[in-house]
Ligand binder design. Structure first.
Ligand code: WT7
Length: 566
């Protein structure tokens, strides 16, 4: 197999028009991600190629060719249109990693709808704030999750349809409809809605420090970036069997769990199951996975299981490994090189960037612990945190900043122009992270520049957790901060003051933890609650999370005078 091209070769004369040409897109013409990932691949003569081999924890399996993707996404698009869902309306997908989620994603896009994928482990409160904010018209879900939708249904007057993909004979309530994808009449031809480059495509909710999560608005043109980064960074080749661990409730699971591989016509395998080292290695062995996109938390869990379990499996099919979501520690890179014969390649990006922006390309020497260099076509630097001027000095920390204008950058936050504007300074887009750059242009991640908690690669916003904590009858005030964790990098820790008449106890701690798990999600659940008499505040009364966080990380709190003055 030929060696991948060097960074210099890929960077020379780079233009995103390379992707436009390869995808056959002429500027100004309609462009539709659903069509790009199915009809176009069939037209290339790959209709009978396997697109998706799906498996769940119980061992159920299903296979779909690119022609199945085409026809079944037509079928879903047709069904939604017949229900009266119009282009531009938001359709939420709230499902486990079942085939209906992946194919439904293409179907919504084909009828011009905006897909709003939500993580199926979300509780009713997390679901509610996102459906209300997006003014969502329809939600596609499963029997096991519908109770959460039913609970909030009456507070969502604009939610016209709840679509169940596995209702079977179970009774439906008002405005619920059944759509069993496999049994529906297959629609061979569907007039794909002629979305254009700037038409909204996917709305992903992401957490910030303040306020409820923000809806990151992507457009159909994003496929230009997702196609090329998937091909170059993940090193996708025609005979690959690609496995992405991410759930499409998060951006990795859509950009590189749907759009990236399928716009490249690549076969992917999906395992609808949580972490289990033995099962994961069996899965790789059975499907002869060649390219694997995973996350540091999973890699650290695999490291804990040791190398003996690796040796019991034939993992020789693996050719390229990549990782995203949190800092990939140098030990994990060295370990993977040793046990898999190839290192995990770190990739840095975020919901807002839509595609990988800083990375170790396959043809680049990997420096363990570094995120790599800016993807060709992306201008990245680090800025001084006060002046927002480029630091221009190797090894000095600054704010990671990108020159706006690459194809998959979000076009805004839903209904939140001010929040979007605040992400730009001095003509740069700020990621909200800190890093330094070395003499070779490699980025070294240092940490986030805000109070957002990154647990196992998932961002959770302190505000959401604190709002849900305050709903609990015993809680007077609260602050949610990150606490270091050897596997998940960070977990949520909550500091709580109690209302008069309540005393701290282990039972109360468990009760509050459970309240958060059910209302928000297992990710947002504090792993520890510390009951305190008071919380550190500014003079104007704002809780200062930074002080609590620094204590958790045993870091110096630094100068507090400006904070206290607020
Ligand atoms: C935040 C974005 C984009 C994929 C999944 C998360 C952190 C992401 C890395 C990395 C260190 C990373 C950053 C970033 N992050 N990749 N390789 N090294 N940190 O998307 O939920 O929008 O989170 O995840 O803090 O800003 P997201």
């Amino acid at each position: 197999m030929s060696d991948p091209p060097s960074y210099e070769e890929l960077s020379a004369n780079f233009s995103w028009s390379i992707a436009e040409q390869e995808l056959g897109h002429q500027p100004g013409d309609p462009i539709n991600i659903g069509w790009m990932c199915s009809d176009r691949i069939c037209r290339m003569g790959l209709a009978n190629k396997l697109a998706l081999h799906w498996e769940d924890y119980q061992g159920n399996e299903k296979q779909f060719t690119f022609d199945d993707l085409r026809v079944l996404s037509n079928t879903i698009a047709h069904f939604l249109s017949e229900l009266g869902i119009r282009p531009g309306e938001r359709v939420c997908l709230f499902m486990d990693r079942v085939p209906e989620l992946y194919i439904g994603f293409l179907g919504v896009l084909k009828m011009g709808g905006v897909v709003q994928p939500l993580f199926s482990a979300f509780g009713d409160e997390s679901l509610f704030v996102r459906l209300q904010d997006a003014n969502t018209s329809a939600i596609v879900t499963q029997k096991k999750h519908v109770h959460k939708v039913r609970k909030i249904r009456e507070h969502l007057p604009n939610l016209r349809y709840i679509i169940l993909v596995d209702a079977g004979e179970s009774p439906l309530q008002q405005s619920e409809v059944s759509f069993p994808m496999d049994q529906a009449r297959r629609i061979e031809d569907f007039a794909v809605y002629p979305t254009t480059a700037e038409s909204p495509s996917v709305l992903h909710y992401t957490s910030g420090t303040t306020g409820q999560p923000k809806g990151a608005q992507h457009v159909h043109y994003s496929v230009i970036s997702q196609y090329l980064t998937a091909k170059w960074v993940l090193d996708l080749r025609p005979d690959d069997v690609y496995w992405c661990n991410a759930d499409p409730g998060w951006v990795t699971g859509t950009s590189y769990g749907i759009i990236g591989p399928w716009s490249n016509g690549i076969t992917q395998v999906v395992f609808d199951s949580g972490f289990n080292a033995e099962r994961w290695y069996e899965f790789i062995e059975k499907h002869r996975v060649t390219v694997w996109y995973s996350a540091p938390t999973a890699i650290r869990l695999l490291m804990k299981e040791g190398t003996e379990i690796v040796q019991r499996h034939d993992l020789s099919s693996l050719r390229h490994l990549a990782s995203v979501g949190e800092p990939l520690n140098a030990e994990a890179v060295v370990w993977s090189q040793k046990v898999f014969g190839t290192p995990f390649h770190d990739t840095f990006w975020q919901t807002e960037t839509g595609c990988i922006v800083i990375t170790n390309l396959p043809g680049m020497p990997v420096k363990p612990g570094s995120m790599g260099k800016a993807f060709p076509g992306i201008t990245a630097t680090v800025l001084h945190p006060k002046t927002y001027e480029a630091v221009n000095q190797t090894g000095i920390a600054g704010l990671i900043a990108l020159r706006p204008g690459w194809p998959s950058q979000i076009r805004g936050y839903w209904n939140n122009e001010a929040g979007f504007k605040a992400k730009f300074k001095n003509g740069w887009y700020l990621c909200g992270d800190r890093a330094s750059i070395d003499a070779d242009g490699y980025f070294w991640f240092m940490g986030r520049d805000d109070d957002v908690i990154n647990t196992g690669g998932h961002l959770v916003g302190p505000f959401e957790i604190e709002s849900a904590l305050l709903e609990h009858h015993a809680v007077a005030e609260s602050a949610a901060v990150a606490k270091p964790d050897p596997v998940n990098m960070e977990v949520v820790k909550a500091f709580v003051t109690l209302k008069r008449g309540y005393d701290p106890s282990g039972d109360l701690e468990l009760e509050i933890m459970n309240h958060i798990r059910k209302r928000l999600s297992p990710l947002a659940m504090p792993q520890e609650i510390e009951f305190v008499d008071c919380l550190p505040k500014t003079r104007s009364g704002k809780i200062v999370r930074r002080i609590l966080r620094c204590k958790e990380f045993h870091e110096p709190v630094g100068d507090l005078s400006t904070i206290m003055d607020d």
